[in-house]
Design a binder for this molecule. Structure first.
Ligand code: GCO
Length: 474
């Protein structure tokens, strides 16, 4: 099943029962635990492994109209009737803007080594470009300083889907200019925060923006136009390349790369037809993003495979591919689900799913994905910037613990197989605004009370703290 393809169809509170897959042979028995700081036995990770957690600005910050923040496409979209479950919006979200110090202390208590957050473009540049909003920027200074004081490495994403509405009004990512507006904003952030943020990510999941923001329209900006979607996709990639180039231009130290959601694609059966369809789906799901970013070219046949009159042909100018392929330091991998493709090009689900019905639980898929990237794209350092699951269980989220354990074990096997995996960021630190699903899906290690916004550590947070302290799975 394609990621979030069925978002709007998924039943609220769908059963999670049976979502725990068979643990791989090397995984520990359920319930195994160890005292923090005890000797590292079991699956030991490399020294300095960056255990982390991820969030994004619109999903947690709230304070949507405070301190001069401008609107983003998600403010507009979530306020349109019927676009999010229950009419939920990110107006308050997890109220992180006001509770930043409490959240920093929770991160410290978890023992996080790395925290991946995103900068709200319209908080720092209310009109998307022009003068910086000092109060908005101050928030990120407070956050980054607080992380550094607690020994946590900040990893900042520049674009997690919240295009400033003022730029959307000028055509947004369908305009080539948007790639340049993005790079200008990125450059301002490198100059403003780059002396203390060592790890930068350009785009989060451009594939999802194309698929859900521009093709099915179930995410902001709510377009249903595949032709426009592919143009926007190209401009997003161009924005990535221009931002990487701008980063080099500032002379800042540190690393930069894109965060791509990737899915290993398998034939659903042994037929030649299924194998052929799986290759086609892999081209669209994975290679269409990996090749430009890491090899500086669209995959052979991908552009040619678009209809002759598709506007993406005109959007791709000479020299763009090389710009997009501007050398990245790292690839940030987001893994949730595999895909199984039939000879007819359909999808079948072969493993248990979660409350998010698109999230088919298959930890071995992470191993296959990581080793495939190394095999096909070389030895670029990798970090996992998203993996996790929603559950209807409240603080006793044993299903999440089993899920994370199995995925950590798969990551460990990939490292043992020679993959340069440097970190693993769990999605998510906090329960938050899950886009079109509103607050109906709870992905956090930390519970956020829907009414009071009070925080409470879930069982998974306590379990994760042990893993981090031991740098090992028991
Ligand atoms: C994404 C985003 C996150 C989601 C998470 C769970 O990948 O969609 O980066 O914002 O909330 O993936 O769906």
């Amino acid at each position: 099943m394609r990621r979030r393809q069925v978002l709007t169809l998924a039943a609220v509170g769908a059963a999670v029962a049976g979502c725990t897959p068979e643990p791989p042979a090397s995984a520990p028995a359920p319930g195994a635990s160890a005292a923090p700081g005890g000797p590292a036995t079991g699956l030991v990770f490399p020294p300095g492994f960056a255990w982390g957690a991820s969030t994004s600005a619109y999903q947690i910050e709230g304070a949507a109209a405070e301190d001069g923040r401008g609107k983003s496409v998600w403010d507009t979209f979530s306020h349109l009737p019927g676009r999010t479950r229950g009419g939920d919006t990110g107006d308050v979200a997890a109220d992180h803007y006001h509770r930043v110090y409490e959240d920093l202390d929770l991160m410290k208590d978890l023992g996080l080594k790395s925290y991946r957050f995103s900068i709200s473009w319209s908080r720092v540049l209310p009109a998307g470009r022009g003068a910086l909003n000092a109060k908005g920027l101050d928030f990120y200074h407070r956050l980054v300083d607080g992380l550094l004081q607690r020994g946590i490495t900040p990893m900042a994403t520049l674009f997690h889907w919240d295009t400033p509405q003022a730029l959307q009004d000028k055509g947004g990512w369908e305009q080539r200019d948007c790639a340049h507006w993005f790079a200008d904003y990125a450059q301002q952030m490198f100059y403003s925060l780059g002396d203390k943020v060592p790890a930068w990510l350009t785009l989060n999941e451009p594939k999802t923006v194309v698929a859900l923001g521009y093709t099915t329209g179930i995410h902001a900006p709510g377009k249903k136009d595949r032709r426009a979607a592919y143009v926007a996709g190209h401009h997003l990639l161009l924005g990535h390349g221009l931002a990487v180039k701008a980063f080099r231009g500032t002379g800042r130290k540190g690393t930069i790369g894109a965060a791509l959601n990737l899915s290993p694609v398998y034939p659903a059966d042994g037929s030649p037809g299924a194998a052929e369809q799986a290759r086609a789906v892999d081209l669209d799901e994975n290679r269409r993003w990996l090749d430009p970013v890491l090899l500086g070219k669209y995959p052979d046949g991908w552009l040619a495979g678009q209809p002759a009159d598709a506007p993406v042909h005109a959007a791709v100018k000479d020299g763009d591919a090389a710009l997009i392929g501007e050398r990245s330091d790292v690839l940030a991998v987001q893994y949730y689900n595999p895909m199984h493709v039939t000879a007819q090009g359909g999808r079948v689900t072969k493993h248990p799913t979660t409350q998010a019905s698109w999230l088919e639980v298959y930890p071995d898929g992470l191993f296959d994905l990581l080793t495939r990237i190394k095999r096909d794209y070389g030895d670029i350092p990798l970090t996992i910037t998203e993996n996790g699951m929603p559950t209807v269980n409240d603080v006793q989220d044993d299903d999440r613990i089993a899920f994370l354990r199995d995925h950590f074990a798969a990551a460990h096997r990939a490292i043992a197989a020679g993959v340069r995996l440097q970190g693993f960021h769990v999605w998510s630190l906090l329960d938050n605004f899950e886009w079109a699903e509103g607050y109906s899906q709870r992905w956090g290690l930390i519970r956020v009370d829907p009414a009071t916004k009070d925080r409470r550590r879930k069982a998974s947070a306590d379990w994760y703290r042990n893993v981090i302290a031991r740098n090992a799975l028991a």
